[in-house]
Design a protein around this ligand. Sequence first.
Ligand SMILES: NC(=O)c1ccc[n+]([C@@H]2O[C@H](COP(=O)([O-])OP(=O)(O)OC[C@H]3O[C@@H](n4cnc5c(N)ncnc54)[C@H](O)[C@@H]3O)[C@@H](O)[C@H]2O)c1
Length: 299
Amino acid sequence: MTRHTILLTGGLGYIGSHTAVALVEAGYQVVILDNLSNSERSVFDALGTLVGPNHLTFIEGDVTDAATLERVFSDHSFFGVVHFAALKSVAESEAQPLAYLETNIGGLLTLLRAMEQAEVFNLVFSSSATVYGDQEIFPIPETAERSAVNTYGFTKLSSEQMLERVGSNDDRWSFGVLRYFNPIGAHESAAIGERPNGIPANLLPYIDRVATGSLPELVVYGDDYPTPDGTGVRDYIHVMDLAEGHVRSLDAIEATGEGHTVNIGTGQGYSVLEVIRAYEAVSGIKIPYRAVQGTLLFI
Ligand SMILES: NC(=O)c1ccc[n+]([C@@H]2O[C@H](COP(=O)([O-])OP(=O)(O)OC[C@H]3O[C@@H](n4cnc5c(N)ncnc54)[C@H](O)[C@@H]3O)[C@@H](O)[C@H]2O)c1
């Protein structure tokens, strides 16, 4: 039995595609809106193969386009929206700040307007551990102070603050704010996975490209951190666990009518070198790497 219909913006991307699988398996009908700026239509075909074509719809379109959103909301009756669509490279956000403000903040605002007009008030939002800025407490509690240390982080922090404003002034809204730590891995079928366009900004797809010979070596940003081996320590979470977190977030909104803000990580950190060694041990492939000065940042 189909439970509800959910709009997934950015649903052909890495986390969105895995969440589409988890939602369909939990009984939801899923409508994906994606402009294919960092994904491919073939992901939709792969999703159909994985969960069957009957529970999924794909619309190519941009979340900053009010007319597109108006049409999507008038064609479907949604219980809620899971909003993944965003630009997510820290380096690019410094080079092109307006593009990041436009897509990440403008897109959210346009979406909220369309939702209000359609009287859809449940939203799960992809936030990030980036909102904790340079916090050195580990594990970081949700109550830790937030700050923006780059333009990408600014867009996530501002989005959270926008949702807080809207929610505190209008109790029709329920916002599930999920602060992701570092998602890795893929669906066990490997039919979908993390396939960014261009040079990957995340560790695992970067290692994959080195392992498969399409990049010569891994560049490790920083090897003098105060960690046991000097490389940055991050909390990695399997993408299917993260996907499941979105199902739980929607369930909680439905059960309580209330929003929530939660970290989604494991509470256990691993260094870049530990990840490289684990990859080498499992694959049997040597990963050449070179450390450079720089900062390993949350996205
Ligand atoms: N991957 C991570 O490590 C990570 C960590 C924390 C937060 N996040 C956030 O999670 C969300 C999803 O991340 P991801 O890793 O799956 O990224 P992704 O780039 O793989 O997926 C984003 C999807 O959104 C689409 N998109 C981008 N701009 C759009 C627009 N204007 N209109 C419609 N579609 C658009 C892209 O084509 C892509 O398919 C993002 O909001 C990201 O900031 C990701």
